[in-house]
Design a protein around this ligand. Structure first.
Ligand code: ZN
Length: 261
């Protein structure tokens, strides 16, 4: 674990950084100024997009060219996590003349994506099925997957570069936590769809902010960033509840902000 991780929302990551840039963090549907789930992970000269919800292709272009992606990884079959993949396919195929981007996801999700087009997803992407326990090497980055507690097969994803790590919960209830992806997580990006005050307690659907904070603390996550708050929710109340449970300050995911380990 590396201590002293810093948040610098303005500068692009340096060549030695492991960094995640939020391209969208709105839960279930996009808000007026926020796309759905999408996280651009960069490190060691490798660029990977985790989830590609509606609006994330637009956000991505503020940071990198779509043709520079080394891979796209989609956590599960809910469309707020993959809605821009077919649009990205058309951009790559018809406009940008780019092909062969590895596309990793669950079998169910890839099936949906293949069914969008009469001739399948074509040559823009190279689909490959991943599942619980899958490990990938994408350029300099190593990825590990763990099945979360969410109705369709959903994969939490950990990215490691050297001794630094970022872990992303995707969608999950509190029957799963980031610790399932191993110890020594420097930045944990954890969903907090609800708050304890909402009265929802569903082990295998979504977390409250309090649950996200308590679990991250128990797992020894060094720095917690909460995400996946729907447009009807309150980021301020989410951060307050999560921070109280975590025992120190929790950050909120912010679109276009970069979190550097
Ligand atoms: Zn979901």
């Amino acid at each position: 674990m590396v201590s002293g991780a810093t948040l610098d929302p303005t500068r692009p990551p340096g060549p030695g950084d492991l960094a995640v840039t939020v391209l969208g963090c709105s839960g279930t549907y996009a808000g007026p100024d926020n796309a759905c789930s999408g996280y651009l992970v960069r490190g060691g000269g490798t660029t990977v997009l985790l989830d590609a919800g509606p609006g994330t292709l637009s956000s991505l272009q503020h940071h990198v060219r779509p043709t520079t992606l080394d891979a796209v990884v989609v956590s599960h079959s809910h469309p707020d996590h993959w809605g821009d993949v077919p649009v990205m396919r058309n951009a790559l195929h018809y406009v940008l003349g780019h092909s062969g981007v590895p596309l990793y996801s669950t079998a169910e999700t890839l099936g949906y994506l293949e069914s969008v087009f009469p001739d399948g997803i074509g040559d823009a992407f190279l689909p490959e099925v991943i599942s619980d326990g899958s490990e990938l090497s994408i350029g300099a980055l190593r990825l590990r997957c763990s099945r979360t507690a969410h109705p369709p097969e959903t994969l939490g994803i950990r990215v490691d570069l050297d001794r630094r790590s970022i872990a992303y919960s995707a969608d999950t209830g509190p029957a799963w936590s980031l610790g399932e992806l191993g110890a020594g997580i420097d930045i944990g990006i954890c969903e907090a769809t609800w708050r304890d005050a909402d009265g929802f307690q569903v082990d295998d659907l979504h977390m409250t902010a309090g649950q996200a904070g308590r679990l991250a603390r128990a797992d020894g996550v060094a720095r917690l960033v909460v995400t996946h708050v729907p447009p009807t929710g309150s980021w301020d109340l989410t951060v307050a509840e999560a921070s109280d449970a975590y025992g120190s300050a929790v950050e909120r995911a912010r679109i276009h902000h970069t979190y550097v380990v």
